[in-house]
Write a protein that binds this ligand. Structure first.
Ligand code: NDP
Ligand code: 8X3
Length: 252
């Protein structure tokens, strides 16, 4: 029987690449994101290209009721979720603490932290019932060391790191694996979102070196998810070769 993966934030970047990689391997995919049309088009692409079943659910992970309504009540044939990838997230702004926007901080905390909590809470009961499951949380190198002007984005990713550790302990009796993947800089829509559509600023982030690509992270997620049942990668930091940690990057 085909396995089921649920990926939050699958309208672009890592989420889209992850869904593609798993669909290509025959997994059934539940994909989510706010941009409904984009999500539906992507669902159709996956169905056509990989002849797999896809369920697309459009909602905002910050909206607790919407998360519950969409995920806690999955159709019966979709409830046996094998892998949940908590990927939906964003950075907004890169400003000193005293100048950064409170609204941006709220959005990052609500999305990167609360969204991950809501989605996990909705799906864990299905995993407990099935006595198996795997949660893959997308953290960041920003969750390992803070960098200048990263303040609250870094804090949310440190929270993802801490929540992953605590999920791993608390879900152990239910045989649910928890993997945190912490990527460094990757050329997705991330910087365009962070700099609010300023494409020059976004492009500059990736100049002078080859960053990670979404497919790199997708392949890593696939590797983690397809290890034998008794093996779990708990914590994985991955950067491009030009990056040493969250603040040291060698540009040519
Ligand atoms: P993208 O901007 O390309 O993708 C972000 C995804 O998250 C989109 O599908 C977006 O969908 C979704 N999303 C954002 N906010 C919400 C929301 N409120 N509700 C539902 N979905 C939401 O960026 P990445 O692929 O790079 O980012 C994915 C994850 O990886 C994030 O958690 C990010 O912090 C993390 N990360 C990124 C790195 C990078 O350098 N790119 C490095 C390390 C970690 P939609 O807009 O349709 O809702
Ligand atoms: C995204 C990578 O370096 O912008 O988490 O924090 S970085």
């Amino acid at each position: 029987m085909a396995k089921i993966i649920l990926v939050t934030g699958a309208t672009s970047g890592f989420g889209q690449a992850i869904a593609r990689t798993f669909a290509a391997a025959g997994w059934k995919c539940i994909i989510t994101g706010r941009r409904k049309e984009q999500l539906q088009q992507f669902a159709e692409e996956l169905r056509q290209a990989h002849k797999t079943e896809v369920l697309s659910l459009s909602f905002d992970v910050r909206d607790r009721n919407a998360v519950e309504q969409n995920l806690a009540t999955l159709p019966a044939e979709w409830q046996a979720v094998d892998v949940l990838v908590n990927n939906a997230g964003l950075a907004l702004g890169r400003d000193p603490f005293d100048e950064a926007s409170l609204d941006d901080w709220d959005t990052m905390i609500d999305t990167n932290v609360k969204g991950l909590l809501y989605a996990s809470k909705a799906i864990i009961p299905f995993m407990k019932k099935n006595k198996r499951g795997h949660i893959i949380n997308i953290g960041s190198t920003a969750g390992k060391e803070v960098y200048p002007n990263g303040n609250v984005y870094c804090a949310t990713k440190h929270a993802v790191d801490a929540i992953s550790k605590s999920q791993r302990i608390d879900l152990l009796p239910h045989q649910i694996k928890v993997t945190a993947i912490h990527p460094g800089a990757a050329d997705t829509e991330f910087s365009s979102v962070r700099f609010k559509g300023n494409e020059d600023k976004a492009k500059a982030v990736y100049e002078g070196y080859e960053p990670l690509h979404a497919e790199d992270v997708a392949n890593i997620a696939f590797y983690c998810a397809t290890l034998p049942a008794h093996v779990c990668i708990n914590d994985l930091v991955v950067t491009c070769t030009a990056q040493a940690n969250s603040f040291i990057l060698h540009k040519s």
